[in-house]
Structure formats: C-alpha cells, structure tokens
Design a protein around this ligand. Structure first.
Ligand SMILES: [Zn+2]
Length: 157
C-alpha cells in the first residue's frame, strides 16, 4: 500500500484532492467556496512529501463529491491535482484535473468596460495562454488575468 492510499482511505465518503501544487491548498478551498463555516469536515495537509512533485498539498472534504465544474476550477490553480471520490472508504472514481483551453463563466473579466461585464447576455470567456505560469486572456477585450489573481475573485462571495 502506498503512502497515498493510506491517507486517502481515512475518510468514509467525500472527495480527496491530491497532488495540489504545494502552497495552493488554501486557494483551492477558496475557489470551491469553502470558508470557515462549513458543515463538511475539511482536512488540509500541507507540504506532504511527493516522489513526483517534491512536495504537495492535499485536501479532504468529507460528505461532498465535487462536480465537474468544480474540478475545472481546481485545474486553474493546481494543474496536476487528482480528484478521488470516496464512498464507504473506497476510491470509486479517480480523475486528473485537466486545464481546459477555454474557460467559461468561472472567472470574471477585470476590465469594467468589457462587454462580458455589461448587461448583455454574454458569458465571460477566457483563453488559457500559458500552461505552466498561467495567464488567461479575455475572449472579448483581451484583458489578461494572472494566476494569483484568480482566487481573489472567489473571496468576495
Ligand atoms: Zn474582457
């Protein structure tokens, strides 16, 4: 049994997000809308040794299975993360996050005059520009948003 299966096996039902880029676990919680007052038990483990990544963070959310749109959000911050869905102590589904080339409706454009911020029925759309150091570019006005600005958008909600 590997170090990972031991850690994953500890929760009964829920989601384990593994291989989060070290330092990003708290940002992942923000992007999922998980703050101080939640009903689920959430465990965060920082700087776990990883053979492939050096160190990584992990998040375990009990009693909640992430939706695919939530998995997409995680890919923006932790492009190597893996999502394990746990039911009755077993991993029933394991998926790697995949950074999409186009992001819709997750992030808002920061340009106040952008048409995606008007009352028009236009959905914010971004093109992913660089996959290692992430920048996303607004489809409508070309405004660039950097990776570290993304979690801030989810803090205000
Ligand atoms: Zn824009």
């Amino acid at each position: 049994m590997t170090e990972n299966t031991l850690r994953v096996a500890k929760i009964k039902d829920g989601t384990v997000i593994d291989h989060i880029t070290a330092g990003y676990a708290l940002e992942v919680l923000k992007i999922l809308g998980i703050k101080g007052r939640v009903k689920s038990i959430v465990s965060v483990t920082l700087n776990v040794f990883s053979k492939t990544m050096g160190s990584k963070d992990m998040v375990k959310i009990e009693g909640r299975e992430l939706k695919s749109e939530e998995v997409d959000k995680i890919s923006l911050l932790a492009p190597r993360a893996s999502i394990n869905i746990i039911r009755n102590y077993k991993v029933v589904d394991k998926q790697l996050v995949k950074l999409p080339s186009v992001i819709k409706e997750i992030v808002k454009c920061k340009n106040p005059t952008c048409i995606s911020n008007s009352n028009e029925p236009i959905k914010a759309t971004f093109h992913v520009k660089i996959q290692d150091s992430l920048h996303i570019k607004c489809h409508y006005c070309g405004f660039i948003i950097e990776k570290q600005e993304i979690p801030k958008q989810f803090e205000q909600k």
